[in-house]
Design a protein around this ligand. Sequence first.
Ligand code: CTP
Length: 402
Amino acid sequence: MRLTRNVLLGVTGSIAAYKSAHLVRELVKAGANVQVVMTPAAHDFVTPLTLATLSKRPVLTHMIDRSGEGTWNDHVHLARWADLLLVAPASANTLSKMVQGQCDNLLMACFLSATCPVYVAPAMDLEMYKDPSTLANIAVLKARGVMAIGPDSGELASGLEGQGRMTEPEAMVPFLVSDLMQGSKLAGKRVLITAGGTQEALDPVRYIGNRSSGKMGFALAEEAAARGAQVELVTGPVTINTDRPGITRIDVTSAADMAMVCDRIAPSTDIIVMAAAVADHTPKKPSDHKIKEKETSMLVELEPTVDILKGLGLRKAPHQRIVGFALETHDALANAQSKLERKNLDMIVLNSLSDPGAGFGHDTNKVTLLTPGTDPVQLPLMSKARTAAAILDHLEKLMPNA
Ligand code: CTP
């Protein structure tokens, strides 16, 4: 499962800050963008250089960075950027400030500005943790919606045994992923996703195909499964694979095969995402024998394939949400908009043709999301995993509340 999110990681002055380096690595491995904000006291326990190198972003500590010309570290922007604020380790002092709403450092300003879910991982010696003021602070924060992870019991830095250890990063990250995904509207939903390109037979060995790698469709399937959906992934021939639990893969070859499988599965699904590059035309009469070399000049008559997406859109049940993809060479927005309406879709993902790094074969993509009655939303060039997360975030906004 992935944590394809922007994580603002607050590191405070606790000996457990030595685990923050490992925590940053685990978060990055899980797919998160990590921005570290340290309190001044945290600098005594771990170097900003370590955390900056691992997170690939400069570590921020002060509201104003006076090292150069003087840079304003905008807490409002940071808080809006974050999909999740995790304070780990959270010292007794920071927990107390969070309760009081004290705003004497950048981390506290971010906390007070944050509208995203906030998690704290308390870490301190056992007597400090057991002190009624610390327990009361944690209780107040919980009552205000802050989620606490740990602390765990075991050997403490002081040599004492008891509760106060920061939860290990390997345990904390999967907890965050599953906790966040539980809130997804896709949890428990049946989702049909198509991926890859189709192959249209010319003869038993040759076909007309396209350059789709399937990466975007697979990324969507993995992200939907990570959010707790039951995914049926119908894919054309591709060289990639997924072993993510929650995904049932069905391999097809031609547009006709894909149409048959989608028509069978679609009625029992809640969400349909047609990311496949389905051939628009197929040879009318594929040869039943290998076409010989001597047949040098040949005309292949093509006929249109079934428009799978249009059929599903027109038969859409009220609870269903359908997403199509579009690749346009001219008047991209207007054409995509008209496709959205013509095919009765809830969203069109418009692929960029012109941006380097976007589209077929790449690991990155740059898309614009169109939904009926709202302005198009242009996403930046980012990994296909992250693009998939942004598409599904947008889709969730179109889904009815449970
Ligand atoms: N699609 C489909 N069945 C087809 C062809 C395409 O379901 N036979 C789906 C694709 O999966 C994609 C969307 O339709 O989600 C857009 O395909 P595109 O080829 O760009 O659009 P068309 O409707 O074929 O329109 P046009 O070729 O006129 O641009």
